[in-house]
Design a protein around this ligand. Structure first.
Ligand code: XIL
Length: 329
């Protein structure tokens, strides 16, 4: 008998999955049985919801929310302010000239307000700002149009607008490489500053795009401790465990070897043991997909290379990784 992941983790945290209109069909059985929260993989991003200043396209995302509601699942909103998958029009006027700080703030506010009010009551947590921190170097924030046009306070403005739009929503700062000691220090610094300035922020999203070898468990633990010490909620928001290390650019691997499967199962066991240890801080653990037949990692960072990052295989059967994370009681 295959237990439900979400049921096993009742009393610990929600178990979520990123889904899209195709996987809602092709992976419906797994989604319905094992997950209590969903995130739209792409369908709530700026370019999808707001292709032109006066035009919002909510239909696809609305269907996903209706599906979640029908299934009694929660929805995480992803994402409002990001440097990727954001329509260029927002940064330019009709002549293609860069807009001023005031105009961009107004447009940002209008986007956040419209989207959050549209989904008020249906989305319990939003990734308000995604990936704003610089990966390396002395700079705290990554270069982006948001930063260069508005200035550093684009982040706190985004949270303020979001809170005004839906005071009931939990507001998250979300990022990747979140367990890297240097970057986690920067994330901590940014969020601490927001809290000290009275900015309405309720949580930190750890994307958790990890692999068989990296990051080390000790780094993840340190990052979780650091973030939890701020007294905020933590969500694991985009978890996947790639079978390739960062530098591995092979494209000729056609199946997951026994060695990869065993390593992955050990990693998953360690991760979930750690998550359970921090269950008071961690409210939800979302995978960036459902089963190995579909993952964005098949196209990233190397195009057209198969990956097997989940606890369900391509035939929707539980892998060793699955059994390792459900057998702890
Ligand atoms: C990815 C999607 O999975 C892909 O389908 C899309 O082509 C690019 O974006 N960090 C994030 C997510 O916050 O939104 C990204 O999702 C993965 C990395």
């Amino acid at each position: 008998d295959i237990p439900s992941l979400a049921k096993v983790y009742q009393g610990y945290f929600l178990i979520g999955a990123a889904v899209n209109p195709a996987t809602i069909k092709s992976q419906s059985e797994l989604i319905e049985k094992h997950f209590t929260s969903i995130t739209a993989e792409n369908q709530m991003k700026f370019e999808q919801l707001h292709p032109e200043e006066d035009r919002y396209t909510f239909d696809v995302a609305d269907n996903m929310v209706a599906y979640a509601k029908g299934q009694g699942k929660q929805v995480r909103g992803h994402t409002l302010v990001w440097h990727n998958q954001t329509s260029d029009w927002i940064f330019q006027d009709k002549d293609g000239q860069e807009v001023t700080r005031e105009v961009l703030l107004q447009r940002m506010k209008s986007h956040i307000t419209t989207v959050m009010q549209h989904y008020k009551g249906d989305i319990y947590a939003w990734d308000v700002v995604n990936e704003a921190i610089a990966d390396n170097g002395p700079e705290l924030l990554r270069e982006s149009k948001w930063l260069s046009i508005i200035g550093e306070d684009f982040i706190e403005k985004a949270f303020q607008y979001a809170h005004e739009a839906d005071p009931g929503a939990q507001l998250f700062y979300n990022d990747y490489n979140e367990s890297d000691p240097e970057k986690s220090q920067k994330i901590y610094t940014l969020v601490k500053r927001l809290i000290d300035n009275g900015v309405p922020i309720h949580g930190i999203g750890l994307q958790a795009h990890w692999n068989l070898y990296h990051p080390p468990l000790a780094d993840i633990k340190q990052a979780i401790e650091r973030y939890a010490s701020l007294g905020l909620k933590l969500h694991i928001t985009e978890m996947d465990v790639s079978v390739y290390s960062h530098g591995d650019k092979r494209t000729d691997v056609t199946e997951q070897s026994e060695e990869m499967k065993a390593l992955q199962a050990d990693r998953y066991e360690q991760f979930f043991t750690l998550f359970r240890e921090y269950k008071d801080a961690i409210d939800s653990v979302t995978f960036w997909g459902v089963a190995d037949d579909y993952t964005w990692l098949d196209h990233f960072p190397v195009r057209g290379r198969k990956n097997w990052p989940f606890v369900f295989d391509a035939n929707h059967q539980p892998k060793d990784s699955f059994w390792k994370i459900v057998k702890f009681k």
